[in-house]
Each structure stands twice: as structure tokens, then as C-alpha cells.
Design a protein around this ligand. Structure first.
Ligand SMILES: Cc1ncc(C[n+]2csc(CCOP(=O)(O)OP(=O)(O)O)c2C)c(N)n1
Ligand code: SF4
Ligand SMILES: [Mg+2]
Length: 316
């Protein structure tokens, strides 16, 4: 029989910090990369997104996660096809709306690791408002944006991160709108973990994902991921194998210093890679758990139908 509301709420511990549901059977093993691989990805050969997927498999395997412990959510776009390629619980949702959907999962199932994947258009155009609000609410989830500076799925339109002068189907004479800076946007919106990486540096992508997953709050990673079909060579300047430069965040950078993080974020491309900003602040999950606990005290001993009746009586 399924749990009652009171039983579900009773799983929220006194600390207000939600903890994992009972651990899976100790005899169960974590998923392997091989078990996680689903359909053959439909991305173009050479697309940067392949690398992010492979490293996600590695992360799950390394963390010994089982099916009931994590979920992958995405919007719409080439990058957002991600959950299809993961043989585990996942959601391919509406364009730009992955974050509110994922927030619902995170708040109702705080024991899960909630990972969200998407593109620059999905995150910063149609989903721009959700990005800001999820960040300021500090919902516990990890958001990886595969930034290719273009709309890939719809075959080359200007995106909010396309640089000035970029020629696309929507800007035949070159983009005239100033691009956004995802790092600055995330810091300013209130994100508590803000990092930058590039799909051409696998070890670094994995390290950022691991750190993001361990963060108790909204963790955001911008991962440069080349669209070889519609923006070839976009990130060569960040790739040492193409004569570019991969500069890590300086060792003496204080990631809790918002102004310092903002300054690093403003460095000209290729900029810095690593954790630019990281602070601890109560999550929406913890705050809601606190409210739920208070309410539980008030309705102690009552049956679910009696709680409902009380609510209706109050509305009279
Ligand atoms: C409501 C809605 N508007 C527009 C579209 C068309 N559309 C699909 S994906 C996309 C942009 C994809 O770009 P991005 O998020 O950068 O992902 P990429 O394909 O580059 O990985 C657009 C405009 C849609 N599917 N739904
Ligand atoms: S169109 Fe671009 S983003 Fe889409 S799969 Fe192909 S290379 Fe990747
Ligand atoms: Mg894109």
C-alpha cells in the first residue's frame, strides 16, 4: 500500500535537512557505465555532448548510484535529448521548463540526486526566467548547461550566448545583440555553486560534476560543448589541442567572495575554468521541510481525512 501524507512527511528528519530514503539493499551494486548506456545517441559524430554523457555515466558508476537514487531531467534541444540516452529514470520535458519540473521532483523527493541537462537556448532564452528563479530559491539540484553558442536542434539560430557578429539563420548579417555571460548571470541570480568547464577536458568535467553533486543547493555548471555541425571551432581558443588555452581558476581564488567570482567571470574568452563561486545557504528543500515539520506537530495524531476536514472547516 502507498504511504499516507503523514507517513511521507514523517521521513523528513528533525534537522530540517532532508536525507536519503532507506539505502538500497546492501547486496545491490551501483550501476555500471555499460548498464547505463541506452539507445545509441542520435547526436552528430563529433558533437561535444557525447563527452558529457560519457562522464555522467562515469559519475554515476563512481558514486555507486542505483536506479532509485537519481533522475535526469531535460528540456528540448539536441543537448536535451540526454535522458533518452541514459538507461535510468529520466524526463524529456518542455522547451525551457526543465528546471521547474526538476524543482518539483527535488522538493517532493529530497532523497534523490536530481540532475538537469540542457542547452544555452533552453536555459537562457525560453527558460531564462526559470533559471533566475531556481537559482534564487536555492533548490537542491545540479544543472549542466551544454553551451554551444547556437540553437543546434533547429539548425542554426542565434542563441543568447552567440558572440557578436555570429552569422546564423536569424542574423544573416551577423549577431548584433550582446551575449549574456552565464557565470555572471548565475552569480547575480543567487546560485550557490557556479562552475565552468569544457567537454574537451574530460577529467575536469567529471571533477566539476562530482563537486556539484555534493553541493547542498542549486549547483550550476556551464560546459562548453561544440556543435560541430553549426558552429565548428567555436571553442578552439579554449582547447590546447587546437592551439588554445585552458586556464584553471587561480589556486588562491576565494570561491566564497562574490566580487572576486564576478571579476573572474568577466575575463575575456576563453576565461577561467573551475569553481568560480560556492557558498552555503539554506536550501528551499530544507526550509520547506521545516514548515512541514511544524505542520506535522499541529496535526499530530489526526488521520489524513481529518487533516483535510480541518482545512475545509478553516475555509468556511
Ligand atoms: C515552446 C517551444 N518553442 C520553440 C521550440 C523550438 N526549439 C526546439 S529546440 C530549440 C533551441 C535549442 O537550442 P539549445 O537549447 O541551445 O539546444 P541545442 O540544440 O543547441 O543543444 C528551439 C527554439 C520548441 N521546441 N518549443
Ligand atoms: S546539430 Fe550540433 S548540437 Fe546538435 S547533435 Fe549535431 S553537432 Fe550536436
Ligand atoms: Mg545550443
Amino acid at each position: 500500500m502507498s504511504e499516507t501524507i503523514t507517513e511521507v512527511l514523517a521521513r523528513v528528519p528533525q534537522s530540517g535537512i532532508p536525507v536519503a530514503a532507506p539505502p538500497p539493499d546492501s547486496e545491490r551494486k551501483g550501476l555500471t557505465k555499460k548498464e547505463l548506456a541506452a539507445d545509441h545517441p542520435t547526436w552528430c559524430p563529433g558533437c561535444g555532448d557525447f563527452s558529457v554523457l560519457a562522464l555522467y555515466f562515469k559519475l554515476i558508476e563512481k558514486s555507486k548510484l542505483t536506479h532509485e537514487q537519481f533522475v535526469s531531467v531535460a528540456g528540448i534541444g539536441c543537448s536535451s535529448r540526454f535522458p533518452y540516452f541514459v538507461q535510468a529514470h529520466g524526463v524529456h520535458f518542455i522547451h525551457g521548463r526543465a528546471l521547474p519540473f526538476a524543482s518539483g521532483i527535488s522538493l517532493s523527493r529530497p532523497d534523490l540526486h536530481v540532475f538537469v541537462f540542457g542547452g544555452d537556448g533552453d536555459a537562457f532564452s525560453i527558460g531564462g526566467n526559470h533559471f533566475s528563479h531556481t537559482a534564487r530559491k536555492n533548490v537542491k539540484l545540479t544543472y549542466v548547461v551544454m553551451d554551444n553558442w547556437v540553437y543546434g536542434l533547429t539548425k542554426k539560430q542565434t542563441s543568447p550566448t552567440s558572440p557578436l557578429g555570429f552569422k546564423s539563420k536569424t542574423d544573416q548579417w551577423g549577431a548584433v545583440d550582446y551575449p549574456i555571460n552565464p557565470m555572471k548571470q548565475a552569480i547575480a541570480a543567487g546560485a550557490t555553486f557556479v562552475a565552468r568547464t569544457t567537454s574537451t577536458n574530460p577529467n575536469h568535467v567529471l571533477a566539476m560534476m562530482e563537486a556539484a553533486m555534493d553541493h547542498d543547493g542549486f549547483s550550476f555548471i556551464e560546459c562548453l560543448s561544440e556543435c560541430v555541425e553549426f558552429y565548428e571551432g567555436a571553442f578552439d581558443a579554449a582547447n590546447p589541442r587546437k592551439g588554445g588555452m585552458f586556464k584553471e581558476v587561480p589556486k588562491d581564488h576565494d570561491a566564497t567572495d562574490e566580487t572576486a567570482a564576478y571579476q573572474l567571470a568577466g575575463t575575456d574568452f576563453p576565461g577561467y575554468f573551475g569553481i568560480l563561486y560556492k557558498i552555503n545557504k539554506p536550501t528551499k528543500n530544507a526550509k520547506e521541510a521545516e514548515i512541514n515539520r511544524g505542520m506535522m506537530e499541529k496535526v499530530k495524531g489526526l488521520k489524513d481525512w481529518q487533516i483535510l476536514q480541518k482545512n475545509f472547516d478553516r475555509m468556511k
